[in-house]
Design a protein. Structure first.
Lengths: 307, 307
């Protein structure tokens, strides 16, 4: 089987933790311990979030006195693909000494006229008081919005359309390497009218990109790892209960929180619909069970999975 | 032919310029304009320095109030491979729309007992007054040394021994892709007694790594781009004159500045000695001439090049 696994950004750093390198490296080791058994039996692509990490680098860049303009989100995303991609690369190599591993930078193409650019909604970077937020908005052309505790910048979160370097990812997989790519949803780029690629200020949902990646490398399974054991019906209410094996039709009839489980469910449904493969959502420690259909929420095509 | 080109970190940012993203992207476009004709006729690997860029990120990390310890140089190096690797990737794709391009993160293995670790000499990060330097040295275990204008941290610059992901680089080249890798001399790692790879606080000379890379991918030519048209005999004196076609024996009989031309000459000599290929040192605008042997300093094996 060919398997794509998506690690949440919070799998590498919990909300309450300091973002120091040693702490994140410890999380990476734990994640790779859970993934190594999958890599022993299957072709494996690992992708990952970058929320806390890109937030840290954005805040640093913004305060850098040597810069006239802070680095844009395509550049910051590329930095996090380097950093997180390195940690995963080294940990995978250590866990799988007989196996090649490669971290490949990938850009995700989005539509220049995606409606998200006209109505940016994704909070990024540090918290400001209202005055500072208004000043930065005027000086830098940022869109700012009120968050729970103050004001923050928002950027567009457009739909991922394709992964520019998919052929290189595919070639490395075919050669037997484990591949790390598409971190943080991919470096966001558009194709300009003259045909050239150009970076944009955006953040792409990493689970939706993982679904696209899984479809385009012809994966048999997409495993989305998060910090809960399964998707729940009536989540957050006394009637909450986990969803086990399910179908796209069943999931599409329910609704999920747009900021958290929504994109994961959407990604799982898209992958299963597009390919007839299976998609699973659950927690890191259950990774082998998720793939075997014995843990978490497993989305199968109508009529059952290919396995 | 298979060609490895090494771009100086200063090719992407001049000493007097602001390190903003747009300025570096403009330099990348200019560099890629010079490299694209080579890629049209040959297999091409591009590597690059990261001095100004890793210095910027080190300074940001050090001032980050959310971090207990600033990110170490392996992690910062990985960030710069992501950032500079992205700019080169996109510019190469735009210049060569019919060609695959891949940026692959690579670690460079060094010896844990390299003598450089006992006597670190490479200046990194910002300038401090003596008191601050002594305090940071005590608090963080840094080695600090006086620079021209104050004190700076120094880290080891050990000898590159191998490139961990060389097989993946080779596979991508064989598949026809232009490959960007080994930026900043590679992410510095050692192999611990238990066999596991681990990052180290070091900075590896990018030209020496380029020579190793060129040898290990069985390149026919190594082109080292810098900001002068050729290596000079009696550089900085009234008798200075450029060296054109030369041999390893001729160059080894001369001496060059350790911080600038020395490593480039050493890298060229190592590559030619190890492989019998040719190595050239010169400026960006002369890239095709360097490869053809009609510009810059061209080091050929005794008895003439393979071409």
């Amino acid at each position: 089987m060919r398997v794509v696994v998506a690690l949440g950004g919070n799998a590498l750093l919990e909300r309450t933790e300091r973002p120091d390198a040693d702490i994140q490296e410890r999380h990476v080791l734990r994640a790779v311990d859970a993934l190594a058994p999958i890599a022993r039996d299957h072709e494996l692509v690992v992708t990952h979030g970058n929320g806390p990490q890109v937030g840290l680098l954005a805040a640093e860049s913004e305060k850098d006195p040597d810069l006239e303009h802070p680095y844009p989100f395509d550049v910051l995303g590329a930095q996090t693909q380097g950093m997180i991609g390195y940690w995963l690369l080294q940990a995978l190599e250590n866990a799988l000494p007989a196996r090649g591993v490669a971290t490949v930078l990938t850009q995700t193409l989005v539509d220049a006229d995606d409606p998200a650019f006209g109505d940016p909604q994704k909070f990024v970077g540090p918290l400001y008081d209202e005055d500072t937020a208004r000043r930065l908005s005027a000086a830098r052309g940022w869109t700012v919005r009120p968050d729970e505790k103050g004001f923050r910048r928002v950027v567009a979160s457009p739909e991922p359309r394709s992964i520019v370097e998919i052929a290189e990812v595919d070639a490395l997989l075919a050669g037997g390497s484990v591949v790390v790519c598409a971190g943080g949803g991919g470096i966001p780029v558009v194709r300009r009218p003259d045909g050239r690629l150009a970076g944009v200020e955006a953040v792409i949902d990493k689970d939706l990109t993982a679904a696209l990646l899984a479809e385009h490398v012809h994966a048999d399974a997409l495993v989305i790892l998060t910090d809960v054991p399964a998707v729940e019906i009536d989540h957050g209410t006394p009637r909450a209960r986990p969803i086990g094996r399910t179908t796209v039709a069943e999931l599409r009839a329910l609704s999920f929180a747009p900021g958290s489980m929504g994109p994961k469910v959407e990604a799982a449904c898209r992958f299963v619909t597009a390919t007839g493969g299976i998609a699973a959502i659950g927690q890191l420690g259950d990774a082998p069970g998720l793939l075997a259909g014995s843990a978490g929420t497993v989305v199968e095509p109508a009529g059952g999975g290919r396995r």
